[in-house]
Design a protein around this ligand. Sequence first.
Ligand code: GCU
Length: 402
Amino acid sequence: MRRVLEAIWGSLKLAAVGGAIALGSCTTARTILKQAPTDLPSDWQPLSRQSLPDPLARELLQAHVYGQMELSPDVEVVDYQITSTGAFDGRATLVQWHLRIGYGAAVRDLDLVALIPNEHPNAPMILSQNFCPNNDVVPLEGVRAPANIGFNCSGGGLAGALFGNIFGRYIVTPPLQDIIDRGYGFAATYPSQVIPDSGESGLAALGALFPNQPKRPGALAAWAGLFEVAADTIETKFGERPMIAYGHSRFAKTALLAGAWSDRIDAVLAHQSGTLGASALDDDTGEPLDDMVRAYPHWAGPGITPFADTPASLPVRPADLLALIGDKPVLLGNARRDVWSDPWGAFTEAKSAWGDAFGAESPADFRPSDTKAYWLRPGTHGVVKEDWPAFLDFLDANMAKD
Ligand code: GCU
């Protein structure tokens, strides 16, 4: 028996050493093993150039990075239902819409679910875009799964638990009770209903919705427009209120785009937005642009192709996108071991874009009361228990509640 155990232990050690060697020899894994800095070197200088002026920055970002922004598709309400007026011990009303979105050439369906606080008539709404369908994000009785989508995050099942252990407690479902208790509404959409999040079917959907358009949106631009659709739909029914675009990772990229383009979005929580989000493209840190363009060919617009290998030659940079968000509150969330998302590159772009309005003296300097804030926690890519308290502290300091 002892021999068997020793043999198993020996193989495990061998596998661990082999794994470490394999990890160390692959770029992605080497990135995973690094940590982002917490200090700003005393000789660090922001970009020497000013952010590009507004119309030019928008033009260049659309032409060479994201494709045309699509903010106002036609929206038909196919179905609206009040699912419960007493969610969370009577504190919120749970409502759902089934929308049909038309971009001219074709239509797509989108489900929107919202929790509207009962005690705060004009509560700010946190609009989220998610990897998981609405019934996983808001796992309350009666919340519909989107039709014809063969994907779920399994709520509380094994897959959900596994997902949660890797990417954090709140990767699928945010702390809804805390959000409602702190006086915010929450809404969720699953943007893959409109543009599937896969290279082949994503490009096919984009081609069908925007035929013969050399400047057609990439999926990020099309998804970003859905924040405005959600804001409009909720305001039409429940009245005007502050709207916050929230997303993690790929949907942090879309939240930043929505903040920069849409007048209906008043604040942005962009957690770990990385490449094509807030992070620098020319600092040789984090996800290389050409990797992204290869792995996710549907995300950017067609104009990115000539720059995929040479991002330093792009005539526009992430700081220009951040500057377009103007004076709206923005929180950039980061984690030290998430170097794939390049936290350092997000900090330096924010410094360049926002100047004195971005008061953090170093990446470790979280100032939730500032309009432009940067949050860096230990750990890796995901949404963990420390993240939402930080997001809500930032919102409490920056959003007016009724
Ligand atoms: C991949 C991708 C990132 C993206 C992330 C996510 O890692 O390379 O750009 O942000 O997925 O959405 O979780």
